[in-house]
Write a protein that binds this ligand. Sequence first.
Ligand SMILES: Nc1ncnc2c1ncn2[C@@H]1O[C@H](COP(=O)(O)OP(=O)(O)O)[C@@H](O)[C@H]1O
Ligand SMILES: [Mg+2]
Length: 257
Amino acid sequence: MTSSKVEQLKRDSFGRVELVSDCYGRWIRRVACGGALPMSRAIARALLRREARALQALDGMAGVPQLVERARFVALASPDGVVPHPDDVLVRSYVDGTPLHRCTELPCDFFERLAELVRQLHARGVAHNDLHKEQNIVVGQGGAPHLIDFQLASVHSPDSRALAKRAADDLRHVAKHQRRYLRFTRVEDERWAPAAHLRLDPPRPARRRGAALVWRKTAKPLYNFVTRRVLQRRDGEERRETRGPWPVWCEPVARRN
Ligand SMILES: Nc1ncnc2c1ncn2[C@@H]1O[C@H](COP(=O)(O)OP(=O)(O)O)[C@@H](O)[C@H]1O
Ligand SMILES: [Mg+2]
């Protein structure tokens, strides 16, 4: 029998995300065991089914995890020694890379490639619905974008209005990340300077820029104070701090392949 190692990557009120390694490779195992909150396991299982449905719809697509037959993973004990209930388990392929908020280098066409990947998802009728979190975007070893965490994803008929609306939201989040990274990221090599044509959204009109500035300088600090200091929460997720460190732009993904 092959020996497998199970490490915990994340624990929250809905369950655990684990990395399973053995001589065949690495996989991600989600265990929807819930937590202390009532109903958390039922909700976690519903989210797990949602993820499974989305990954089935994306079968064979590059840049997203593949659903893996869970049979040989269900009997493995978690690091706390508990063997999960089979219905709590989803296994998907592992992406070798770094979450966007932790990467130190970023190909200058990264966000363009990411938007392309997100559009491919939509072409299959799938909206991700959780792209405001940098954690769910992984920069692969070769610099190509990957998406993970399809718990909130929805599957639609490709020409439905619901998909159109959610697709626009997904792309808006990608454009928002791009704006933020363009605002703060250093350009060391001017060949890779992010040219204006890479912008996914046109620069905002002065009136909207003014409104955004007023929000950043007034209401946002208050909102951050209440959510982070008073309520002690930050969407429960890590993100890149505005003070950095920020990645440096490097050679486009398109030139590497
Ligand atoms: N396929 C994967 N490849 C690499 N890292 C992953 C993968 N899936 C998850 N991770 C790591 O585990 C963390 C939690 O996984 P995720 O699916 O985002 O769960 P959650 O729904 O709890 O946010 C991710 O932020 C990432 O750091
Ligand atoms: Mg996540």
